[in-house]
Design a protein around this ligand. Structure first.
Ligand SMILES: C[S@@+](CC[C@H](N)C(=O)[O-])C[C@H]1O[C@@H](n2cnc3c(N)ncnc32)[C@H](O)[C@@H]1O
Length: 841
């Protein structure tokens, strides 16, 4: 392998970001490339040739451990380690772990994916019943009413309550009670919610409690060991006294493993350190688990993780390659670049590292001290953690968002309406979302970045069912006043553009796009230059700027949370797409049209496809306000229209059945082709083909769906002048930017099997689904196509395994090949990162 290999020769970007070159003496085939120890003796030689074994250096064994342990030290297994000699040629100074015992967890609490620990962790995750086992449950919400109608009004008196962890998820209260009785455990009340791995038990006496601990702690149900844990009660003061009153062996405050997962377009926390030293959890650790690392190290860490994930593409495509068909060139060449499917060219840093989020979702709940709090949850509800902590220590949240969270928190202390209780699914106030819009221009530091915020939209989620209208109206009026006063009391004044109420009854706070919205008017604050009077606002919106274009954003429309980094992401995608005046650009999953509109001036035409109807109307409006006329936005699920649109616009010889809308046929006919996980919301404009109108047979329903879709396509996809033929383009490119679950299989099939589409830029916020989709796009087709059946067995498969199976049924078509990839960090301090991959054929 040449020393100029793109994966091992760090791009200027990476070098700039992290002076520690990832070059080292190991073959990068099996090794991630963590930053070297700070000990200069252990620095790799600049001229080291990746792939060649590093020559043994004199000081290898002298000072094995660097004085300051770098975050990635020993977090990956050494592929040169030989058990027989119990070492590798680097000796004990090797930065990689020699065996499982030496292995350290990575900064985001994951393990080297090739290690036994990682395999075990994965198995546990796949096993539905398993989840982290907190010893300290932190349930700050009341669970003590007779909410399941069983006559128990048990009460969680902290002195006489315990929580059982690792119970089967499918148990309900009745089953828990039977279990306790079988074990001869006397109790006062026992509560268990289906789906949770824990149950709450209260006792009539300390003796009963002690017997329960003795009888239950450590016993196994299935392959799980039951743990008896404390429940942190609503009042921390009360808890402290109670705990002190309990015998020592009954006080458990063991640290809990963190699970810092957050979703693509909102900060949602599930886990961290309370100020009282009881749990080791904090909102900072949960929401921004990499915040303790210098930013350069964070980037290096993300790049290394992405490399490991990308290698799965090569491995799986190799496995999926049909017998008798030669392996594609890119798989054969992957050996030269450490097993990667293509070069990973580096990682682009975010221009702003702190306070960058333009959208934060704050939960409403109780803190560990029992105070109504607006902030981030310290863990997973399923694990019994409902405690909420204020967001001040999370470096990705802006000062403005923190301020609005405080104003809302203060308001809630005096509201007559209750906060939402996740255990009982009752209550009124649920969540506050703060969305910010910036002025045009670039700001390179957090201070200026905040000064650039010109508009703010506040979205308060409530569940109004069962509450008195007059009381609600009065509280809403006071809420609007509180926000308005909070904005003007702040120095400088906080922008406040719109206040929206979202009414949502569902169990989780993730409301569907069509949940009812209501706009509240905000009085114009005296002397405020920033605030806008928004009386009778029908459609609340804010604006932001990308590449000097103005974007209008509705409350539920997706917009990248880090605007300045998104600008870099889109321009990279545009560069790689090699656009020109004769290019037709498909912007698949286009949201408010950001990608297509920012690239529109480079191409002949843009077709955007998006299922969120408000986002599509934003996109159309955004084209208008920016004077862009060569874009068309289709409001539909991509799986319903992709094939028809490709056929309509691409001048390529294609077997074309007149007016066949294949997406619909496929969705109905092949149930197995559902996406791996479906977070897709129902499309208000195109009916789901699964939902048949009452009284209709399946085929009648299908015919209705097709007709509706045909007329929708006709109105949205024909040329501007009605019946004129659509313009055909010689160069057709698709930029896809799907949600975390990736592209729908029908979309993948449409893109893969249309020969006129030669270039595809895949932008992904979830590299696992990029890899799964790329397996289907890049594996050679089999000579004999297998019919997909027995999809039930697929449920437990990994996304890559599933993709391999789907590849077997891919109709004969030229596969794409991965050309290059680049990471773009939109989420500093978190484990998340965008990944861009260019695919060509
Ligand atoms: C990651 S966002 C990207 C949005 C846009 N490209 C941007 O950068 O602002 C994914 C978008 O896909 C949309 N979406 C999700 N499933 C879809 C589907 N099946 N068909 C079309 N759009 C979909 C979501 O509503 C969301 O706007």
């Amino acid at each position: 392998m040449s020393s100029s290999s793109p994966t091992t020769e760090p791009s200027s970007v990476t070098q700039l970001l992290n002076p520690h070159s990832p070059l080292n003496g190991h073959d990068s085939t099996d090794q991630p490339q963590p930053p070297p120890p700070q000990d200069p003796e252990n620095q790799p030689k600049d001229d080291a040739v990746p792939g060649d074994k590093r020559k043994r250096e004199e000081n290898d064994d002298d000072d094995p451990k660097p004085s300051v342990v770098p975050p990635l030290w020993k977090t990956s297994l050494c592929s040169y380690f030989r058990r027989e000699s119990a070492s590798c040629s680097h000796g004990s100074g090797c930065r990689y772990a020699h065996g499982e015992a030496e292995l350290r967890p990575r900064p985001d609490n994951t393990w080297d994916p090739t290690s036994e620990r990682a395999k075990k962790q994965k198995l546990e995750e796949e096993d539905g019943d398993q989840c982290a086992a907190p010893d300290n449950v932190m349930m700050t919400e009341a669970v003590d009413d007779d909410d399941d109608g069983d006559g128990d009004v048990g009460g969680l008196d902290p002195e006489l309550s315990k929580c059982l962890v690792h119970l089967p998820r499918n148990w309900k209260s009745e089953k828990l009670k039977d279990f306790l009785s079988e074990k001869g455990v006397q109790f006062k009340s026992a509560k268990k919610k289906k789906g949770m791995t824990l149950g709450f038990v209260s006792f009539q006496s300390v003796e009963q409690l002690q017997t329960a601990v003795k009888e239950l702690d450590g016993i196994s149900i299935g392959n799980k060991n039951i743990k008896v844990a404390d429940v942190i009660p609503r009042s921390f003061e009360k808890k402290t006294k109670s705990a002190m009153a309990l015998p020592q062996n009954l006080q458990k405050t063991t640290e809990v493993e963190l699970d810092g997962e957050n979703v693509e377009d909102s900060v949602v926390a599930n886990g961290a350190e309370d100020g009282n030293g009881t749990s080791g959890r904090s909102a900072r650790k949960v929401v921004t688990p990499l915040a303790h690392m210098p930013y350069g190290d964070q980037l290096e860490h993300k790049k290394n993780s992405l490399m490991q994930i990308l290698k799965r593409l090569t491995r799986n495509a190799r496995k999926a390659c049909p017998d008798g068909i030669p392996l594609p060139e890119w798989i054969l060449k992957s050996r030269e670049i450490g097993g990667l499917p293509c070069s990973l060219e580096g990682i682009l840093a975010s221009p702003v590292v702190n306070g960058y989020r333009n959208k934060c979702e704050f939960s409403v709940g109780y803190s560990l001290q029992g105070k109504i709090t607006v902030g981030f949850m310290l863990g997973n509800f399923r694990e019994g953690v409902t405690a909420v902590e204020e967001p001040f220590d999370c470096p990705n949240v802006s000062r403005i968002s923190c301020k609005y969270a405080s104003v809302f928190q203060e308001f809630l202390q005096h509201s007559s309406l209750p906060v939402w209780n996740r255990f009982k699914n009752i209550g009124f106030w649920r969540q506050l979302t703060v969305r910010e819009g910036r002025r045009p221009g670039m700001a390179s530091d957090a201070e200026n970045c905040e000064a650039n915020i010109a508009e703010v939209m506040l979205i308060v989620q409530v569940s109004s069912t069962g509450f008195d209208d007059a009381q609600i109206t009065s509280d809403f009026e006071r809420l609007a006043q509180a926000f308005s006063a909070g904005a003007t009391a702040s120095s400088p004044y906080l922008p406040l553009t719109a206040l929206v109420i979202q009414d949502h009854r569902g169990i989780s706070n993730a409301a569907p796009a069509d949940a009812p919205l209501r706009s509240l008017s905000i009085s114009k604050g005296e002397g405020s230059s920033e605030m806008q009077a928004t009386d009778n606002v029908v459609e609340p919106k804010i604006h932001d700027y990308i590449s000097n274009l103005r974007f209008c954003i509705s409350p539920t429309a997706f917009f990248q949370v880090n605007t300045l980094a998104a600008e870099k992401l889109y321009s990279l995608a545009g560069d790689w797409a090699e656009l020109g005046p004769d290019t037709l650009l498909f912007d698949v999953c286009c949201g408010t049209g950001t990608i297509g509109l920012t690239l529109a001036h480079h191409v002949g035409m843009v077709i955007g496809i998006e299922m969120n109807a408000s986002a599509v109307s934003d996109a159309r409006r955004n084209a208008e306000i920016n004077g862009i006329t060569n874009c068309r936005f289709v409001s539909a699920k991509a799986e319903d229209v992709m094939r028809s649109l490709l056929e309509e616009y691409i001048n390529a010889p294609q077997k074309q059945e007149n007016n066949v809308i294949e997406g619909i046929d496929e969705v109905v006919a092949t149930d197995e082709e559902k996406p791996i996980s479906t977070d897709n919301k129902p499309n208000p404009e195109v009916n789901s083909s699964h939902e048949l109108e009452s009284g209709k047979t399946a085929s009648e329903g299908l015919e209705t769906d097709k007709q509706e879709l045909r007329s929708q396509l006709q109105s949205s996809c024909t040329s501007e002048n009605g019946n004129a033929p659509v313009k055909r383009f010689s160069n057709v490119v698709a930029i896809v930017d799907p949600p975390r679950s990736g592209l729908h299989p029908t979309v993948i099939k449409a893109l893969r099997t249309h020969p006129g589409l030669r270039k595809l830029v895949y932008i992904s916020c979830n590299p696992e689904s990029l890899v799964a989709n790329a397996i289907e796009l890049c594996t050679p087709s089999p000579e004999k196509i297998e019919k997909n059946k027995n999809n039930r067995a697929w449920r437990n498969m990994s996304s890559a395994g599933l993709a391999r199976h789907r590849a077997k049924s891919m109709p004969a078509s030229e596969p794409f090949r991965p050309v290059k990839a680049m990471a773009v960090d939109l989420f500093p301090h978190t484990i998340h990162c965008e990944l861009v991959m260019l695919l060509e054929r």
